[in-house]
Design a binder for this molecule. Structure first.
Ligand code: SPV
Ligand code: MG
Length: 281
């Protein structure tokens, strides 16, 4: 069964789908071992793993290679964060060809202009692509995919840009009408009222909703699902926790200058094999 089919089966099943952000084969594998049903090849995580900002610095090939690593190391579907499709509709066509060829189940494209900026960077004057342009990219993606199960998610940044609920709804509807299989509404509000209000007014029942509760972090999956969300993405917790752990261990080691000082923070070198996180040689 293709991973795209697996994702379609999850979409057809009642209840929420919860996926976890990853940036390489190991983080993907840890996500699968933790019990998540799918992976989010997070632009934020992959960028951070290269020590560059989440701002369209990496090429499509670099992002694809990270998504492939996590796809190859796991049995669960990968949904790839393809930012704004790496350019215009022509770039989107190649993007879909390459991601589909690699066995990725789904891609997500947002309506930020190129170069995008992470939704949470402060002090950025946010510009969105014209709605017709992003709808055109969605149409190009759907016309390019060969496997009918491949999933295209359209994301609007209208609330992030401060363009208001009516704009967000208008854009979401336009992307659904252009053929998007799901619509992601993003928000940087500390409470979930914005996304819940969007879901209440959503009137494209055949196009399920997606959300990313990075900032409204007190809201549970069950609450989000009850509000109307089908797919919930925990987007970047793997890399944020690993940066914290690495920083703590390495600064302690530098200060204490003996390896025993950090032993309690570590796995044994053999544990990564024993845990099945890498295949036995
Ligand atoms: C990502 O993980 O790259 C995302 C989600 O796009 S967020 O960073 O929360 O905007
Ligand atoms: Mg992203």
């Amino acid at each position: 069964m293709t991973k795209a089919r697996k994702l379609r089966e999850l979409m057809a099943r009642p209840g929420p789908i919860v996926i976890i952000g990853a940036h390489n084969g190991l983080s993907g594998k840890i996500g699968e071992e933790a019990g998540f049903e799918g992976l989010w090849a997070s632009g934020f995580e992959i960028s951070a793993s290269y020590a560059v900002p989440d701002a369209n610095i990496l090429t499509m090939a670099e992002n694809l290679s990270a998504a492939q690593m996590m796809n190859n190391s796991t049995s669960i579907p990968v949904i790839a964060d393809c930012d704004n499709g790496y350019g215009n509709a022509i770039n989107v066509i190649r993007c879909i060809e390459e991601y589909e060829r690699a066995g990725i189940a789904a891609i997500c494209m947002e309506d930020n202009v190129f170069p995008k900026r992470c939704s949470f960077y402060a002090g950025v004057k946010r510009e969105l692509s014209p709605v017709e342009e992003h709808a055109g990219k969605i149409r190009a993606a759907k016309a390019t995919q060969k496997n009918p199960d491949f999933v295209v998610i359209a994301r609007t940044e209208a609330l992030i840009a401060g363009w208001g609920m009516e704009e967000a709804l208008m854009r979401g509807r336009a992307y659904a009408d252009a053929g998007a299989d799901m619509v992601l509404i993003h928000s940087k509000s500390k409470d979930p009222d914005e996304v819940i209000s969007f879901a209440k007014q959503w009137d494209r029942p055949n196009t399920p909703l997606v959300c990313v509760p990075t900032i409204y972090k007190g809201t549970t999956v069950d609450q989000l699902h009850a509000a109307g969300f089908k797919l919930i993405i925990f987007a970047n917790h793997a890399i944020r926790s690993s940066i914290k752990a690495m920083t703590e261990t390495l600064t302690t080691l530098k200060r204490e200058m003996y390896t025993g000082s950090v032993e309690d923070n570590l796995l044994l070198p053999t544990a990564i094999l024993a845990l099945g996180l890498v295949a036995a040689p």
